[in-house]
Design a binder for this molecule. Structure first.
Ligand SMILES: C[S@@+](CC[C@H](N)C(=O)[O-])C[C@H]1O[C@@H](n2cnc3c(N)ncnc32)[C@H](O)[C@@H]1O
Length: 223
């Protein structure tokens, strides 16, 4: 259930409490989208609704709040960090492993997002993508590990509907420059309308604020 087919960097698993393990085992099978072919999100959620995807949802705070506040939309969270999925599921059960997870508009995929987007997400199907504080891999020799590069920006452009967006935040200046260039070269337009409050409750946004780090925040639009 937890094997990855491609190589990713960073943690796959952290310390998990007994309750987190239980939540994962009990509820992940009903929340996880199996990667068996192109995803039909209308079938997965049993309705026709706008689709949003968060890549690297961490402990799931943003995804959980966003899905709660937008019950008319559907959300897929993609992560490689299994403990993060357990934490999200605990939120969805109100920290009570006997309760069914809510809201019902969240699904989880534990896989490398590059592979999920390239092979399983249909073209022109996504309304919005959130990538909040992707690992910056600051050392030069590690730059090739970064999630966002010109190639992945092109993939995201293909997967979005016309007018769809990618919202990206980072507190790493060098990575911010690469991000901006990658999205521009792929054919995105940079929107002037950005509101940092939208992402105030992610763990890494809080960390960046506590360290008084500058946050670079972008909304790229598919024209
Ligand atoms: C620095 S954390 C940010 C977490 C969260 N977005 C936040 O703002 O608190 C980056 C997250 O991206 C995930 N990640 C890294 N590479 C990924 C990939 N290829 N596919 C999916 N998730 C990935 C990591 O496991 C990690 O949880």
């Amino acid at each position: 259930m937890y094997e990855l087919k491609t190589k990713t960097y960073g943690r796959r698993k952290g310390r998990m409490s007994k309750a987190e393990k239980e939540a994962l085992e009990r509820f992940l099978p009903m929340l996880q989208i199996p990667l068996k072919g192109i995803i039909n999100h209308e079938k997965e959620f049993s309705r026709k609704a706008p689709l949003f995807v968060e890549i690297g949802f961490g402990n799931g705070s943003f995804l959980y709040q966003k899905a709660l506040s937008m019950p008319y939309a559907d959300f897929i969270g993609i992560e490689v960090y299994i403990t993060g999925a357990a934490k999200l599921i605990r939120k969805m059960t109100g920290y009570d492993n006997t309760k069914e997870p809510t809201p019902s508009n969240i699904r989880i995929i534990l896989e490398d997002a590059r592979r999920v987007f390239t092979e399983y997400i249909p073209d022109s199907s996504v309304t919005g993508v959130y990538i909040l504080f992707p690992d910056p891999w600051p050392k030069k020799r590690h730059h090739k590990r970064r999630l966002i590069n010109p190639e992945f920006a092109k993939v995201l452009l293909r997967k979005l509907q016309k007018g769809g967006f990618v919202l990206v935040a980072t507190d790493h200046k060098g990575y911010a420059e690469v991000i901006e260039e990658s999205f521009r070269n792929a054919g995105f337009e940079k929107s002037k309308h950005t509101d940092l409050d939208e992402i105030s409750y992610t763990k890494y946004a809080e960390k960046a604020r506590a360290a008084h780090a500058e946050i670079y925040f972008f909304r790229f639009i598919k024209p």
